[in-house]
Design a protein around this ligand. Structure first.
Ligand SMILES: NC(=O)c1ccc[n+]([C@@H]2O[C@H](COP(=O)([O-])OP(=O)(O)OC[C@H]3O[C@@H](n4cnc5c(N)ncnc54)[C@H](OP(=O)(O)O)[C@@H]3O)[C@@H](O)[C@H]2O)c1
Length: 254
């Protein structure tokens, strides 16, 4: 009997580790996966914020910053030795003209967005291979800015380009036991985007650049995340999926 058939028979829900569950997309994903019966382990920098989400969804949690030396080992240990999924919803946005970026800006964006994702998967690789589902599933977050050039996005575009390379490489190396996919959103209304969408005029003007003329919502990105975690996407690995109102591929005027 396949692992998934066994699980359906015994009604076993797998565990998913969500990094950045105190953020917009991480929190929406935690709620959705909880509704779908997954057991969860969450992370966040602020104990208060992550504990509030964990209480709501009945999850365990780890508090810390990715800059801490033993953060990923500690989180992986606390999350347990079998994981059905890992979601790395940690990120930054640091939009500046090229001339104002310094080495620390580039390194910080790279470490938080890309290197952290690699270390998170490395620390939990064995647990993902022990998944009770047919495969373990990793979901990372790229960006529309890794596929299309935007002014002031030099540092984040570079860091998210690294996520694309990481997704392909890990998906090859961890197949067939673990699937690895990434979502590449356009501007989505979360705390990360708050400084950009705070100005209504700016938010409306960016919304209008999308063939579906609005910003994304955290729930829409969470839906795609839940699909990629679930066995409904069991034959998908090594994919970068745009959830972007059509902005990365379509031109509807001019
Ligand atoms: N929103 C968008 O428009 C958009 C577009 C493209 C890609 N994405 C990507 O989607 C993912 C989720 O973004 P989001 O919009 O949900 O962002 P968000 O609301 O700002 O959440 C980001 C999460 O990352 C955590 N975090 C940030 N720096 C950290 C650090 N040094 N150590 C540990 N945790 C840290 C935050 O913790 P705190 O709560 O403590 O700050 C928060 O939980 C990110 O990878 C982002 O780059 C978002």
């Amino acid at each position: 009997m396949s692992k998934s058939a066994e699980n359906k028979k015994t009604n076993m829900a797998g565990k998913v580790l969500i990094y950045g569950a105190s953020g917009g997309i991480g929190e929406a994903t935690a709620r959705l996966l909880n509704e779908r019966g997954f057991d969860l382990h969450l992370t966040g920098r602020s104990r208060e914020k992550v504990a509030a989400v964990a209480d709501e969804v009945g999850a365990g949690y780890t508090v810390g910053d990715i800059a801490e030396e033993d953060y990923f080992r500690r989180t992986a240990e606390e999350a347990g030795n079998s994981l059905e999924g890992l979601v790395y919803a940690v990120g930054t946005i640091n939009l500046k003209p090229m001339r104002r970026l310094n080495a620390d800006d580039f390194l910080e964006d790279f470490k938080i967005n890309a290197m952290g994702a690699a270390l998170a998967v490395q620390a939990s690789a064995t647990a993902l291979k022990n998944s009770t589902a047919e495969t373990g599933s990793v979901v990372l977050y790229s960006s529309i800015a890794a596929r299309q050039g935007f002014t002031f996005h030099t540092s984040i575009g570079m860091a998210k380009g690294a996520i694309n390379g990481l997704t392909y490489s890990l998906a090859a190396e961890l197949a067939p036991n673990v699937r690895v996919n990434a979502i590449a959103p356009s501007l989505t209304d979360t705390p990360l985007a708050a400084s950009i969408v705070a100005n209504r005029q700016m938010a409306d003007s960016i919304a209008g650049l999308h063939p579906i003329p609005r910003l994304g919502s955290a729930d829409e990105i969470a839906s795609m995340t839940a699909f990629l975690i679930s066995e409904d996407s069991g034959w998908m690995t090594g994919q970068i999926i745009g959830v972007d109102g059509g902005r990365s591929t379509l031109r509807t005027s001019g």
